[in-house]
Design a protein around this ligand. Structure first.
Ligand code: AQP
Length: 297
């Protein structure tokens, strides 16, 4: 068993990164070691080149992200934590795999479509080729499991397609096919301001996300102001259909407590959002304040 995953060193970690990916990385460390496997986590600094950033800002972002991962519980005695750019084989394999990947495959990537938007001609080649570098990251180490959020599922499927074609073209089993490990409860945490958009570092509104560095007052304020609807909470998950913002808050509570959304609604069904939001903010502070303290310390 070999586990590998990466994160772009581009700004603060947020609750989506934490519940969708990093908490899983931390939990898997012991499990993987007990099975005699290896966990590899990296700062995806080559990926971050798809956007311009000054040298100083990039260096600071790298240090901050490394500190944040350690604060979340990534332990260098159990996992290997490294910078992608320090291992030239990532870029070298990416170039080899560029001969295997097809333009049509990359053109179908929803993240490329979303991030390039209408200005495809103005987007960097790196943004387009991003999933091939991601395939190289994973295939380079014969990775068996890749813990990621749901937004990366399509890129993982592409990595598998590239591996299958490369193996078929060469007539040899060169690459292991990786499996995504997606947390069922928190696969996709959405923006606090718009239940249709994923919580993301690049959202211009800081009120849309909970940063792992937010203090208790800021968390409480963001949760209090999170968009909801006028109806009380339903008693069952089916009642969240068409209520994206309410569903997101229930999902967050369920993920924090490691219980199902139904179990959360069994407790809060019929309640107005006021008391539920207060309980959620309190739960978030309990989970995140030790991380914040370790990070700032
Ligand atoms: N909202 C989310 N819910 C669940 N998981 C998420 N991830 C990111 N956002 C969510 C997971 O975090 C890991 C690191 O992803 P990344 O380095 O690709 O970060 P990102 O996707 O660039 O993060 P953002 O905030 O979404 O950045 P922008 O705004 O630049 O796109 C991955 O495993 C990802 O699935």
């Amino acid at each position: 068993m070999r586990v590998l995953s990466g994160i772009q060193p581009t700004g603060n970690l947020h609750l989506g990164n934490y519940l969708g990916a990093i908490r899983n990385w931390v939990r898997m460390q012991d499990e993987v070691a007990a099975k005699g496997g290896q966990s590899l986590y990296f700062l995806a600094d080559l990926h971050s080149l798809s956007d311009h950033m000054t040298r100083e800002a990039r260096r600071d972002a790298l240090t901050d992200m490394a500190a944040a991962l350690v604060a979340c519980g990534i332990d260098s005695t159990k996992s290997v934590l490294f910078n992608q750019a320090r291992v030239p084989a990532h870029a070298e394999l990416c170039w080899l795999l560029n001969g295997t990947a097809r333009m049509g495959w990359l053109n179908r990537m929803t993240q490329w479509k979303d991030k390039a938007g209408k200005n495809r001609d103005g987007a960097s080649v790196a943004l387009f080729d991003y999933p091939v570098l991601q395939a190289a990251d994973v295939l380079l180490y014969q990775t068996t499991h890749v813990p990621v959020g749901d937004d990366q599922k399509q890129h993982l499927e592409l990595a598998r397609d590239i591996a299958v074609k490369f193996n078929a073209d060469t007539g040899r089993e060169v690459f292991t096919l990786p499996e995504p490990t997606i947390p069922p409860a928190a696969a996709r945490i959405m923006s606090l301001r718009d239940g249709q958009a994923k919580m993301s570092k690049s959202d211009p509104s800081d009120m849309s996300r909970i940063n792992l560095t937010d203090d208790a007052d800021t968390i409480a304020q963001k949760v209090r102001k999170a968009k909801t609807d006028p109806e009380p909470l339903p008693s069952e998950v089916a009642g969240l259909e068409g209520r994206a913002e309410a569903k997101n808050l229930v999902t967050i509570m369920a993920a924090l407590d490691d219980r199902s959304a139904d179990a959360v609604l069994a407790e809060y069904g019929g309640s107005q959002f006021g008391p539920f939001k207060a309980a959620l903010a309190e739960r978030l502070v309990v989970e995140l304040s030790p991380i914040r303290e370790r990070y700032l310390g």
